[in-house]
Design a protein around this ligand. Structure first.
Ligand SMILES: [Zn+2]
Length: 216
């Protein structure tokens, strides 16, 4: 019994620690104003009766070379301090249209803060948090986003720093535009932060897209 426990404990610790990390990494939207403004789908998602061979698309049109920050541990320089964090998505640099990976239902959406679109500014080689420096009121410059639930896989796709062009509850065809990425919210330059959740856990989006043969 003890032997089994000794074997299992490190694995358990790893799993628990990973879940904690995933929760901590959701620091991009801690604003009560943002949660009030967020639209959320309340009803169940219908399962289609006939599933044809589903199509899958990359979330941006110009692909792999535009990855500006991969999935995994990274260190950012914020307010003159090195901040180490687990990055639970893949960043694709640039502003422009983003697309549904598969046929999806929009389950959550939040529009950009038009008055205070972005929270960070680069000054003297560091990123200044404009809420901490009191240049932006607390709770503003939230991160706009769209969350889609895949009809064929049941997986969740989170598109952050994206101003949505779709409404909650809408059924979206694979490959259609769902909004535009930009330098919005908890952001240090225009990009799409893209997450893939399988069975309520994040996976490396690039590996996921590779498994669908959407990235070489
Ligand atoms: Zn990111």
């Amino acid at each position: 019994m003890n032997k089994i426990l000794n074997l299992l404990l490190p694995i358990l610790r790893l799993i628990l620690n990973h879940e904690k990390l995933q929760k901590q990494s959701n620091n991009w939207n801690d604003s009560p104003i943002a949660s009030k403004k967020t639209e959320t789908l309340r009803s169940e998602i219908p399962i289609p009766e006939t599933v044809e061979k589903p199509l899958f698309f990359h979330p941006v049109r110009i692909v792999s070379e535009r990855v500006t920050s991969p999935y995994g541990y990274r260190t950012l320089n914020i307010d003159g301090k090195a901040v180490r964090q687990f990055h639970i998505g893949t960043d694709f640099g640039g502003s422009g249209p983003v697309y549904a990976v598969e046929d999806c239902i929009v389950t959550k959406a939040l529009s950009a803060d038009k008055k205070y679109p972005v929270r960070f500014a680069k000054r003297d080689q560091t990123w200044v948090d404009l809420i901490k420096s009191k240049e932006i009121p607390a709770g503003r410059a939230w991160t706009p986003y769209v969350i889609l639930k895949g009809i064929h896989t049941g997986n969740e796709y989170k598109y952050k720093h994206v101003d949505p062009s779709v409404e909650v509850g809408a059924e979206i065809k694979a490959g259609s535009e769902i909004g535009r990425s930009g330098n919005f919210g908890y952001s240090m330059g225009a990009h799409l932060h893209f997450e893939v959740w399988v069975n309520s856990k994040t996976v490396d989006p690039l590996k996921y897209l590779k498994s669908l043969e959407l990235v070489k």
